[in-house]
Design a protein around this ligand. Structure first.
Ligand SMILES: Nc1ncnc2c1ncn2[C@@H]1O[C@H](COP(=O)(O)OP(=O)(O)OP(=O)(O)O)[C@@H](O)[C@H]1O
Ligand SMILES: [Zn+2]
Length: 609
């Protein structure tokens, strides 16, 4: 239940929502039910059938209509007196300029792409309006708060690049189904139906392997007077049979690997059967290319079925034929699209045949489509939870409750053991928000130190400084480097016995700030992974008066709470479809959801309760 004070804040707030999709529908409902009365929504999309399973404000009859407008109508049915202003438009339109953003007390993002998120981030910075950012991927989700001058902006931290695979794994030694998918869509599909002038490793491979380059160049081209069925079988035999035989001849490759098995179409689909393959004309009445389907013409209906090798062969040959017969005009210009049924069928079948050759388990079209399109299926419940968290954060922002932001990107390390040094990863010198580290706030005036290798930092803060392997005592100069951000900070430690609990509640004082120049940085390499003691003090230092455990009992020392830690890997763009998803583990940490990644994080979080 909201307090009276919260309700007053909520009622007086003017809120901008960007995105009325999976998160946006849940968010609008939660905002309305929480008492918000002035909500503006921007969404550039119209409703699609595929949205209906989770974007619950929309119905079949709304397909083709503006998301923002229909969402408004749906909410007004149960909250008729609130103000909802819909904009069926791209948030990047010039109308939505800094002045437009300035009218809002908070902006809430429910977007699905990096580009729009960045754009909104920049406008919020320029307009000095707080932004609550969100994203979900399957069962994972996150919410972050970005307030100019107080927290990092959305772009302070780099976002993980999409995963790529070594070419040789894809062309020669696949070990996972995803390798077969990448081969099928980026090499085989691109080679057969895409731009012939594009470089393609499938081509290189056959050129290398074939005795005559002329033969290699021709192999994917249709021969004069070649029947389409014949052409399809020839390609099949070349890529799944002949190329595998060639690869097998290189014994070195297979010393420590399972040898693949060449597959020829005559083995998997005897000639007689091929005659009965497909009934192209029966299954689609129109000439609409998007309705062409090999599954339909073979009478196969369930996309969740895992096809046998024979069925995959039939789909391969049928899809191949359909491209040439029904979509000939597009050949040479096609790129793989997860919403192109025939392309997905062809890629699924090709990946499965290759997987079969390499002893990799086969997958259904539904699964293959997800992998090929980098899709993690949306979970409505995750969107609902995240929408709830967005509203909670928005209320904190509106109440200016800066201490309690659940700022997952915002990184706070407070060590409350006797050495009492507070470290907080603040904004690096981000090109976008230009927040100087020491301005990025040290709420309550804490020491702000940009640090990256937190394994070492953990050691640094969990020990008494004077007991570290390189002891830090009064007079020691500490260089803290963050190589990724090219930041260096020198701290001269001065010991002081007592602190005034009122004026210096953190038990330390920080004064002065100068960043090392690049030349000086080279001279001042710190010990270990970026945190260590050195005599580097050429740059104007930050001075820290440190209250250590030896401090005499003035009776004023604070009782220090327990330290708790958790590491977090960014997934702030988890909803971005270009991202390849890594295994993430969810950890529930009282009121925060924290995500742990199997790989060391680009940045991590340590948080004290
Ligand atoms: N630049 C933009 N301007 C306005 N709205 C945008 C912009 N970029 C994305 N959106 C909107 O953000 C919403 C994101 O919602 P969601 O992640 O559920 O995606 P979706 O397109 O609805 O569904 P899916 O792609 O999963 O089928 C979409 O409704 C989309 O129109
Ligand atoms: Zn920034």
């Amino acid at each position: 239940m909201a307090s009276q004070q919260q309700l007053t804040t909520i009622k007086g707030a003017k809120v901008l929502m960007v995105g009325a999709g999976g998160i946006g529908c849940e968010l609008l409902k939660t905002l309305a039910l929480s008492g918000f009365q002035d909500i503006h929504i921007i969404d550039m999309d119209t409703i699609e059938v595929s949205n209906l399973n989770r974007q619950f404000l929309f119905r079949q009859s709304h397909v083709g209509q503006s998301k923002a407008k229909v969402a408004r109508e749906a909410i007004l049915k149960f909250r008729p007196h609130i103000n909802i202003s819909p904009y069926h438009a791209n948030v990047k339109d010039p109308d939505f300029n800094v002045d437009f953003f300035k009218q809002f007390n908070v902006v809430l993002n429910g977007l699905d792409n990096l580009d729009a998120r960045r754009h909104v981030n920049r406008l919020c910075l320029a307009a000095e309006v707080p932004l609550v950012e969100s994203g979900t991927t399957g069962f994972l989700g996150q919410v972050t708060v970005h307030v100019k001058g107080r927290t990092e902006c959305y772009e302070c931290q780099p976002k993980p690049a999409p995963k790529t695979y070594p070419v040789c794994t894809i062309t020669s030694t696949p070990s996972k189904f995803v390798h077969c998918i990448v081969w099928a869509k980026d090499l085989l599909f691109a080679k057969l139906f895409g731009d012939k002038n594009q470089g393609n490793d499938l081509n290189v491979r056959s050129t290398d392997d074939a005795s005559s380059s002329e033969h290699a160049e021709d192999v994917f081209e249709r021969r004069k007077d070649e029947e389409i069925e014949q052409y399809g079988r020839r390609i099949y035999d070349h890529v799944f049979g002949y190329n595998i035989e060639l690869a097998l001849s290189n014994e070195e490759t297979w010393k420590n690997r399972n040898r693949p098995k060449p597959i020829y179409s005559s083995d998997t689909l005897p000639n007689g059967l091929a005659q009965q393959n497909g009934n192209m004309d029966k299954n689609y009445a129109t000439d609409d290319p998007s309705s062409v389907s090999a599954m339909a013409s073979l009478g196969m209906k369930n996309p969740q079925d895992i096809w046998s090798l024979m069925e995959n062969t039939r789909i391969f040959l049928e899809a191949f034929k359909l491209f040439f017969v029904k979509r000939e005009k597009e050949i040479g210009n096609l790129t793989f699209d997860k919403d192109d049924q025939l392309a997905v069928e062809f890629v699924t079948a090709s990946a499965n045949i290759r997987a079969s050759s390499f002893g990799i388990p086969l997958h259904s079209l539904f699964e293959a489509k997800g992998i090929a399109g980098n899709i993690v299926h949306a979970v409505a419940t995750t969107n609902a939870i995240i929408a709830g968290l967005i509203v909670i954060e928005a209320i904190k922002v509106l109440q200016n409750d800066t201490k309690n932001y659940s700022e997952l990107v915002f990184f706070v390390v407070e060590h409350l053991a006797p050495c009492v040094l507070y470290l907080m990863l603040a904004a690096p010198e981000c090109d976008i928000c230009h927040v100087e580290p020491h301005e990025a706030r040290a709420p309550n005036g804490r020491c702000v130190v940009p640090v990256d290798p937190f394994e070492n930092l953990a050691m640094f803060v969990s020990e008494v400084l004077s007991e570290l392997p390189s002891p830090i005592t009064s007079g020691t100069a500490v260089t803290v480097e963050d190589l990724k951000q090219e930041l260096t900070c020198n701290i001269n430690i001065k010991h002081r016995e007592e602190f005034d609990e009122e004026k210096e509640p953190d038990g330390m004082l920080l004064s002065g700030w100068t960043q090392a120049s690049p030349e000086e940085k080279d001279d001042n390499k710190s010990v270990g992974n970026g945190v260590g003691a050195s005599d580097a003090s050429k740059t104007a230092p930050v001075e820290v008066d440190k209250n250590d455990e030896m401090g005499s009992g003035s009776g004023k020392k604070r009782k220090l709470p327990e330290v708790s830690e958790a590491a977090v890997q960014d997934c702030s763009n988890v909803n971005d479809k270009s991202i390849n998803h890594k295994r993430l583990e969810l950890v529930e940490d009282d009121d925060d959801f924290l995500m742990l990644d199997e790989e060391p994080g680009i940045y991590k979080k340590k948080k004290l309760q």
